[in-house]
Design a binder for this molecule. Structure first.
Ligand code: UDX
Length: 436
């Protein structure tokens, strides 16, 4: 099939590359000329495990192309994916100007039936808005489809190639058949393609992300309670996760959820509900609790250093919002750094992939270490913020040698409590007793 993908951000690039991988001819279009040139020269602008290999292979085999010319991109395409940003506007609702702007440009260019697919996470009713823009600007036949993307950063290729489900929201039978055929190769293992109307599909995406954010937040509150009553959240997690109705996954308490999706989508869903006159109370609580949770580690630091932290130096392991990505959007580490600096402390950080992005944002407000141990040199304590594998089994004797005080605040519960007792650390984690 001939496919155009408009927008070469994270979702657009993964979508374009993975669609080419199953034999489709894909052309990706972006307004950023420099980025297009780089991609034409085989430079992948994002870090995502496994993507690079597919990207190069499909460019080499001439199934994956890049252009900044929208007309060229959509000319022969049967299906046009819109993978454009929907950033939160000033009031928290998703800003649709990129999506509707592209829809208008495309509508003016098409000369035969096209399936227009919105991949971006958008509020309920967006497919209708896109349809209206097309109707105003063309008399050619078209179908607008909502096809939300559920991929996770760090495992995006795997998620795209073997999705738990594919959701296709359209009432247009022709579009339904075309997309059913396009996605067929990805659900061979028997996972479903769920066909539904546009609005249900749009709401599915918000509901999925908001539910997951709520699940994490619930566990963060359980962890906070564990600390107060003297329970261990690892045990409670195992105890409740064994119930198939609850499930084992996404029950890990930590420093609050971050990233480019959960914070934005929970906010947008709450806002969208209010626009329809519904007060989705649980989502307001989720956002509220998450804000507090992001500061949890600093609260523990301030409780430990009773005389304040002015002039103290803290090592931070992990800046990206989660492992296996260089993405720092809404990363809890940024809030933690901000709080530490506000209290007069200095920060030395190490992250396997996230440092260049933080450097662009914070410059020399903090120091960047060349490796995990170098970050510890003379630090008053270590704070663990992202659970990169490389942080899981450090040489604790060496850690002690490097740190000024044997103090670790672990926001991701990486270490066994008995082991930390034997190793002789002050060790404070989330929802478990503090080793003092
Ligand atoms: C998420 C959804 O999982 C994905 O389906 C959607 O398409 C986009 O948003 P992503 O943002 O890549 O994906 O990250 P995810 O792995 O879901 O983690 C989100 C946040 O939740 C991270 O900050 C992570 O640290 C946190 N988290 C996750 C927890 O704190 N505990 C958990 O148990 C799981």
């Amino acid at each position: 099939m001939k496919i155009a993908v408009v927008g070469t951000g994270y979702v657009g690039l993964v979508t374009g590359t993975c669609l080419a991988e199953t034999g489709n001819e894909v052309i990706c279009v972006d307004i950023n000329e420099e980025k297009v040139k780089a991609m034409q020269n085989g430079v992948l602008p994002i870090y995502e495990p496994g993507l690079e290999q597919l990207f190069h292979r499909n460019i080499k085999q001439e199934r994956l192309h890049f252009t900044k010319d929208l007309a060229e991109a959509i000319k022969e395409a049967q299906v046009i994916f819109l993978a454009l940003p929907t950033p939160p506007g000033g009031d928290g609702s998703a800003d649709l100007s990129f999506v509707l702007g592209a829809a208008k440009d495309i509508a003016k260019l098409i000369t035969d039936y096209k399936v227009i697919v919105t991949k971006s996470t958008v509020p309920v009713g967006t497919a209708d808005k896109v349809t209206a823009v097309f109707k105003e600007n063309t008399s050619v036949e078209f179908a607008v489809v909502s096809n939300p993307e559920f991929l996770r950063e760090g495992v995006a290729v795997e998620d795209f190639m073997k999705p738990d489900r594919v959701v296709i929201g359209t009432t247009d039978v022709r579009a339904r058949d075309i997309l059913g055929e396009l996605y067929g190769p990805y659900v061979r293992q028997g996972n479903p393609i769920l066909f539904m109307d546009e609005r249900s599909s749009e709401l599915t995406k918000y509901a999925a992300n908001s539910f997951l954010a709520t699940k994490i937040t619930f566990m963060n509150e359980v962890a906070n309670m564990c600390e107060l009553v003297g329970a261990n959240v690892d045990m409670v997690r195992a105890g409740i996760g064994a119930d198939a109705r609850i499930g084992k996954r996404f029950l890990f308490p930590g420093v609050g959820y971050g990233g480019s999706c959960f914070p934005k989508d929970v906010q947008a869903m709450a806002k969208s509900a209010k626009e329809y006159g519904y007060d989705f109370k649980i989502l307001d609580s989720v956002m509220d609790v998450n804000e507090t949770q992001k500061k949890k580690l600093v609260k523990k630091v301030l409780e430990y250093f009773k005389d304040g932290i002015e002039g103290k130096k803290f090592a931070i392991w992990g800046l990206a919002f989660k492992p296996e990505t260089d993405d720092i959007r809404e990363a809890p580490a940024l809030y933690i750094i901000d709080e530490l600096i506000k209290h007069g402390a200095s920060v030395v950080a190490y992250d396997p992939e996230g440092m260049p992005n933080v450097q662009r944002l914070l410059g020399d407000k903090i120091t960047y270490a060349p490796d995990r141990y170098a970050a510890l040199d003379g630090a008053d304590a270590l704070l663990i913020v992202t659970e990169w594998s490389v942080f899981r089994t450090p040489d604790f004797n060496y850690v002690k040698e490097k740190l000024k005080n044997n103090v670790i605040f672990d926001g991701r519960n990486l270490y066994d409590l008995d082991k930390m007792t034997k190793a002789g650390f002050y060790y404070s984690s989330i929802g478990r007793k503090t080793i003092a």
